[in-house]
Ligand binder design. Sequence first.
Ligand code: ZN
Length: 751
Amino acid sequence: MRILKYCFLSVIFISTSLFAQEPTSAKPQGHTDQNKFRQMKDLLATPNETRTASGAPGYKYTQQQVDYVMDIRLDENTSQIFGDEKITYHNNSKDHLQYLWIQLDQNMRAKDSKTPDVKEESFRTPFNSAQAFTKSNLQETFDGGFNIEHVKNDNGSDLSYTINQTMMRINLAKPLAPGDTFKFQIKWWYNVNNHVTQGGRSGYEAFPDGNNTYVIAQFFPRLCVYNNVEGWQNMQFWGRSEFALEFGNYDVKLTVPADHKMEATGELQNPKDVLTKEQIKRFELAKKSFKDPVFIVTQEEAEAAEKQRSTKLKTWHFKADKVRDFAFATSRKFLWDAMAVDINGRSVMAISLYSKEGNPLWEEHSTRVVANTLEEYSKLTFDYPYSKAVSVHAEMGMEYPMICFNYGRPNEDGTYSERLKRGMIGVITHEVGHNFFPMIVNSDERQWTWMDEGLNSFVETLAELDYDPNYITGNLPKDIVPYMGGDQSNISPIMSQGDYVHQFGPNAYTKPAAGLYMLRQTIMGPELFDYAFRTYSQRWMFKHPTPADFFRSMEDASAMDLDWFWRGWFYTTDYTDIGVKDVKQYYLTDQPTEKAKERAKRFKMDLADYPGRFIYYAEAVDGVIPQDAKSASDFAELNTYLESLSPEEKAKLKEAPKHFYEVTFEKPGGLVMPIILEITYEDGTVERKKYPAEIWRYNEFEVKKVFKTNKAITSFVIDPDLETADVDTTNNAWPKDDATAFSKFKEKVKG
Ligand SMILES: [Zn+2]
């Protein structure tokens, strides 16, 4: 799903203002947690034969399979959907199952749904339009829950079942043994909601011309996941945290008005029954068109179609193997275009379905963005294994296998803002990208939103920057700063169940995406990161990974101990704040300093007894180097020693440094992070240094580094490219009052 960016921006605004009230540097984080580098043995499940310590599936790994054969009918006049569903459940686990759990997502819209009960209410709007008042006070509550007509076994006998809100338990007469299959059927129907006025990830949109576009999903009773991590994953559907689903094979017949155009998960089995000869011919052309989309249904044809209304019906037949779900879109209003994408020598179709209201934006961008997404994601994960990916125009953002629903509607005169176009490219990239996470790398969305939304938003960012290098992604480390530096009582760790967190967007989308971006660009480097990320993706293709499998795979394939990063970024709400506390300059002298004398006393030495023997580092007061400061060549004993070296040894020596600095870095933030340092010299040259996060391993509040150079240093700036989500940049530059260094830095922060 896509969280609309404008909601997200208002969230950022609130947290920024809170952040402003409480300067973060006042109270250093992390006092309670001294060892940021301890291993995560206390947080991760013990590895076993099903999930190994390397993060790969073990030799005893199993997963269930659920196959569906369905006959579905849409009644356009009443907007009701009727289904006859035959399910084959394969128990591949080693467990005897006493019952099966089925997800009835539409029951979130049932009359007795508890979803509205847990929503806070108040009279926030002091005045109402007639429509709004009617809707909230006079209209019957919409009943969109499932009507279960029967649940039978394959002999036709009724099965006992119990419905608890959005979950249905089928009580088996005898436990289902390991390796056995159980066949049963469910007959059901429900009223389809208007997703524009009533919200939702599925439903119809009604147009003034009397037609609807249907984007239909979660429309049939679906099996819950059973595994060795959750048992049955039967946490209720409250409307936010998404789904956990098993893979299986689908054979679906969909009966709709004869003049509808349709796309769905899977391959169309009967094109000759539902497409015209001309449309079939155009599809064949599209299969060879790798540069531009080819129209299957043009705008002219779609506009002609929406003026008619067929009373006949047609049945579309789709089959899909190894998918975790099934969705479809249908309307007579649809334009249709398609092009081919070369995925490592294999042709995949990029397809769009949209009403004329989406144009001209949709015919310009939708299918091309689908194609770009498949290419870019394939590079970073695995070759896209399905035959097609479809983008359907609906005012939402939601994903299913091979098909997704996306927003982006121009004004009535066809004009659109750059922002709308960017939003549309973003949402299509995002939703098509969900084919990879979680449709193929099939994580448990109900439990761990970040495993699909976070990983997907991260790869989305790289794909968008590939489509348009100037694309403003909103998923970079600097973009998560207002959230992470905001009011701690409104922030939850990423490792939280999505139904219970404030600021869902930053928590489950932006922060994990920004963290992975940081891991790739700053901490691991693209080469190590990409190999490990691909390893994780390929290990868990068509399987069910858990967070530990991800964390472990990333370390196992890269030889990087990242426990400090996972622990800090995913399990806490700590933030990054690293600064330059102090820069001291030193000079060379032959006179013992107070510090040297004190140290000598411990060895029972009097340095006055050794004139000319030692070289002392003396601290410059206020950065002023006294006139009588020495240079290395002034020390006779050093010269004699150097003279004694062989010519080969002499040749290897460096020029003696002239300037000596000792920098103290402070870390008021609770996170440990690499220190990225930009050093500017008096001649204007600039040097970058990067110290790994482990620099904080013995003292997480303060560390020192020395710099010995031939050129005077004029400034130090920490994290000059804003790579680490540092929440307080006022301590990032030295000298603090240096107008050039600081303002240059501030300009960057603003940009
Ligand atoms: Zn999403």
